[in-house]
Design a protein around this ligand. Structure first.
Ligand SMILES: Nc1ncnc2c1ncn2[C@@H]1O[C@H](COP(=O)(O)OP(=O)(O)OP(=O)(O)O)[C@@H](O)[C@H]1O
Ligand SMILES: [Mg+2]
Length: 832
């Protein structure tokens, strides 16, 4: 049931609009909705307060704690966190749930540091309080109850991350913020840390690596300096920027360039490269840059404020009077008319955190806009002005209005406004920049595979990765330079890559995880989506990197038309992209823009829901495959196996037997299909099926003989023999005549026995049967039909024993890579 957020009416779960007031229900969640999320948990506890309050009157204790609680709550909320609970004098706060931000870990540590300051301020105000705190911050995966109401005592997040945060808090020195490893890795570019001795904590076998946050490395909003890799590709985009600038100069006009693209694709870098090119040409331009911040309230027009502050040389640490003075000084040089200068100064003052007596009271927005524009025009009249409004997708509507006002009204001055923005900008302001003749859009696409390879090589200082690691990296980074950088960095951090002299070594068999920074970035993007759109992505993620609208519709039980609409919108947001043609009739085929988006979306689905969705995906495949089901058997097996494993992991046992039976069948079918193409793959399907078959199951003999044949074809005779033995013994147990027959070594019908004319060449002289039997010499008959399975098993075993006894024949052909004219034969392949 969905409760309408506007009128409170209860609506059916699949309702899109409220039956009472017609409001959209796209953002409502059904009760009990859960999601797996990476969250950051902050625990803050007062030191020694319990002991001091031992004899105190409860009212005094509450009065003493009240200001502390209020301050902690306000700091948590200022940074977009949520107070989960107060337990006595301890506070637990959550960052990243219900809605994730890309910098939740940083927000939590900043909050911790602010709380320390707040406690010092409280002590200053009332020395009698004598408060001291310890703070622990930890990041990790949790199951989040999206509709929990912490204010009513309901817990929102559960998982080890919460317990460990509490333990970290206990291990923290008094007056310190201590963080765990994942938090450290996600924030080390912006927070200064001191490494502490690893902490032994209850419930953990190994001591935990911990760090103490000592300060913030950059003021809010400034860029982090990292030594960048050389600029790769993007020649056309850079050329377009230069041309537009040339036009600004030629026409003395205002031009707007919006640079759009998904996070990390290189918008800011492109602009930085443009700036470098201007510097290299030694052009005299004023370059002023300001960033829109994601923190929401209290930062309206922050970007413009930064521009004014930079121009006037105002520091964040300057007080209001100092700021006003600097502003006045900078305007003296800029605006000659004293009346106009005072007017501009009073309108600019609020942007730099100061106020003038003349500007007290509310000011008309139009008037402010005009004054600000006049200021920027004055700047541009001195020399060409480039204004960069970074991250415009975070700008509030008023800021967007101002940028439009500026480029519409500024005339007769060379002024270029560059606005890097993610695609969300177009949701905030539909048709941004459209229809203006002085507006250009540069949409950045992902780097090509060659360019990404080039970037990887540059990041590794020209050393070369093993081809398979390189391929995996390129695939997962999907042409996004930021993802590429973060992957390479993570591989070194986790010891997966190791540089010894000039050679990079790769740890074998290690799965490449998603770096926390990238995961947080993507999770934050997904959390900006309405509920139904995000649900489409979850359903699509279950299908895989490539998916079809019909599959999403079937899994989520939503009308195809609605799904098509939703996917179209997600494509506009650069989360998925449609394929030119579809491999399923009447359904649009899509793929995720990035494999990583799929991975993150998939990882958010709780296990029980994931299992259900996999089952639905399997059913959808059965529906579209019809008679050609064998062709899709491997896909089917994948979904069935996932559904089964996840159902078991989630602890549900209803319908498990049915699921096991179905999975066994699809695994066998998948094995049959793979048999034509890849024996090793086929064998792995049969072996998985065997794990699901109890010894007395009637289907076991069939799968055993198939697995045996695979082992046989791969030349692993002892294993083949073992499986045949088992098959025979199962037949015997069932009282099947064929099983008894073999016991007497009678010849059997069916299999083609090995020829007897060749001795093993080059086989070890020892009596090691396994070694001698490593090459095959016989075949268990042409394909295994169920009605012949017993004969096949028996015959193949007999053939096997014979080969082991006499050795396989030599191969007379050269068609098989593993044998030569002199080597042993491979049945069915070598022309023996
Ligand atoms: N063409 C390129 N060649 C080499 N490195 C690049 C290129 N483009 C981007 N990078 C690097 O990738 C990282 C991310 O780029 P950038 O910060 O410009 O992304 P963005 O699109 O501005 O992302 P966001 O939306 O988060 O602001 C940076 O470290 C940048 O130096
Ligand atoms: Mg950027």
């Amino acid at each position: 049931m969905l409760i309408c957020p506007r009128c409170g009416r209860e609506n059916p779960e699949d309702a899109q609009f409220c039956n009472g007031c017609g409001a959209s229900l796209a953002t409502c969640l059904p009760p009990g909705a859960e999601e797996r999320k990476v969250v950051t948990v902050l625990f803050c506890d007062l030191v020694g307060f319990t002991a001091r309050s031992d004899q105190a009157d409860p009212e005094d204790v509450r009065a003493a704690l009240h200001p502390y609680h209020t301050r902690v709550r306000s700091e948590v909320e200022r940074f977009g966190g949520r107070v989960e609970k107060f337990v006595g004098d301890a506070v637990m706060a959550l960052f990243g749930a219900p809605v994730a931000h890309e910098d939740d870990a940083e927000r939590a540590v900043r909050t911790g540091l602010r709380v320390l300051e707040a406690v010092a301020e409280l002590n200053k105000e009332a020395a009698v309080l004598d408060l001291a705190v310890r703070i622990g911050v930890n990041t990790g995966e949790a199951v989040v109850a999206l509709q929990a109401r912490p204010e009513e005592g309901e817990s929102m997040a559960a998982g080890d991350v919460v317990n460990t945060a509490a333990r970290l808090q206990q291990a923290a020195p008094v007056g310190a913020v201590v963080v765990g490893e994942i938090t450290y890795r996600a924030t080390r570019d912006t927070i200064d840390y001191e490494r502490l001795k690893p902490a032994r904590v209850k419930g953990k076998a190994e001591p935990l690596a911990i760090w103490r946050a000592v300060g913030i490395r950059r003021p809010l909003g400034a860029e982090v300096e990292r030594l960048p890799a050389p600029f790769i590709g993007r020649e056309d985009d850079l050329a377009l920027l230069k041309q537009t600038f040339a036009r600004t100069l030629r026409e003395s006009s205002a031009q707007l360039v919006t640079v759009t693209g998904e996070p990390g694709v290189g918008k800011s870098r492109l602009v930085a490269e443009f700036r470098t090119s201007l510097e290299e040409q030694e052009r005299t331009v004023s370059w002023r840059q300001g960033r829109c911040l994601p923190y929401g309230e209290g930062v309206t027009f922050w970007a413009l404020g930064e521009i004014v502050k930079t121009h006037a040389g105002i520091l964040e640490s300057d007080g209001p009077d100092e700021a006003l003075e600097k502003l006045a000084m900078s305007l003296t040089a800029l605006v000659s008319d004293p009346l106009e200068r005072d007017w501009i100064r009073s309108r600019l003052a609020p942007l730099v955190g100061a106020r003038t007596p003349e500007a007290a009271g509310t000011v008309e927005r139009e008037e402010s806009f005009t004054a600000w524009r006049r200021f920027l025009e004055a700047l541009a009249s001195e020399r060409p002005l480039v204004l960069v409004f970074e991250d415009l997708h975070w700008a509030d509507p008023a800021m967007l209005d101002f940028v439009e006002h500026l480029v519409d009204w500024a005339t007769g001055m060379p002024l270029l406004a560059i606005c890097p923005a993610r695609p969300e900008l177009y949701e905030r302001r539909l048709g941004w920049g459209g229809g203006k003749k002085n507006s250009t859009t540069i949409a950045l696409s992902p780097l090509s595979t060659e360019e990404t390879a080039h970037l990887i090589s540059a990041l590794l200082s020209q050393t070369v990765l093993p081809a398979s690691t390189q391929r995996a990296l390129i695939e997962r980074a999907g042409g996004n330079p930021l993802y590429t950088e973060e992957f390479v960095r993570m591989l070194f951090d986790r010891g997966i890559l190791e540089r010894r002299e000039r050679v990079v070594h790769v740890a074998l068999g290690v799965e490449i995880p998603v770096p926390e920074t990238v995961q947080a970035l993507i999770a934050a993007r997904l959390d900006t989506l309405p509920r139904d759109r995000k649900a489409f992505l979850h359903d699509a993620a279950v299908v895989g990197k490539v998916f079809w609208s019909g599959a999403v519709s079937a899994i989520g039980g939503t009308q195809l038309r609605e799904v098509e609409e939703g996917l179209h919108e997600l494509a506009r947001k650069e989360l998925v992209r449609p394929a030119r043609s579809s491999s399923v009739r009447n359904q649009t085929e899509y793929s995720f823009w990035h494999l990583l988006v799929r991975d993150v979306a998939y990882g958010q689905i709780p296990r029980a829901a994931r299992a259900k969705k996999h089952r639905a995906a399997a059913e959808w495949i059965e529906g579209i495959a019809g008679d050609r089901i064998t062709d899709h058997a491997e896909l089917l097996a994948h979904h069935d196996v996932q559904a089964l494993e996840l159902t078991k992991a989630a602890g549900a046992d209803g319908g498990l037997a049915h699921l096991e039976e179905r999975t066994r069948r699809s695994l066998e079918l998948a094995g049959d299909r793979a048999m034509q193409l890849d024996v090793r793959m086929a064998e792995s399907y049969f072996r998985k099926a065997l794990e699901l078959l109890p010894p007395d199951h009637t289907g076991r003999v069939s799968v055993l003989t198939k697995a045996a044949e695979c082992a046989w074809l791969s030349g692993r005779f002892p294993e083949a023999e073992r499986d045949y033995e088992q098959a025979i013994s199962a037949l015997r147990t069932r009282g099947d005549a064929r099983g008894r027959w073999s016991r007497h070594g009678q010849p059997v019908i069916g299999p083609r026995l090995p020829r007897e004319n060749g001795a093993v060449q080059g086989a070890p002289a020892s009596g090691d049967r396994a070694a001698r039997g490593r090459t095959p010499g016989a075949r268990a008959g042409p394909g295994l039909r169920p009605d012949r399975q017993g004969h096949d098993a028996v015959g193949a075993k007999q053939g096997l024993l014979r080969v082991v006894r006499e050795g396989p024949p030599a191969c007379r052909g050269t068609r098989h890579p593993r044998c030569s004219r002199d080597g042993p034969a491979v049945p069915g392949i070598c022309p023996v």
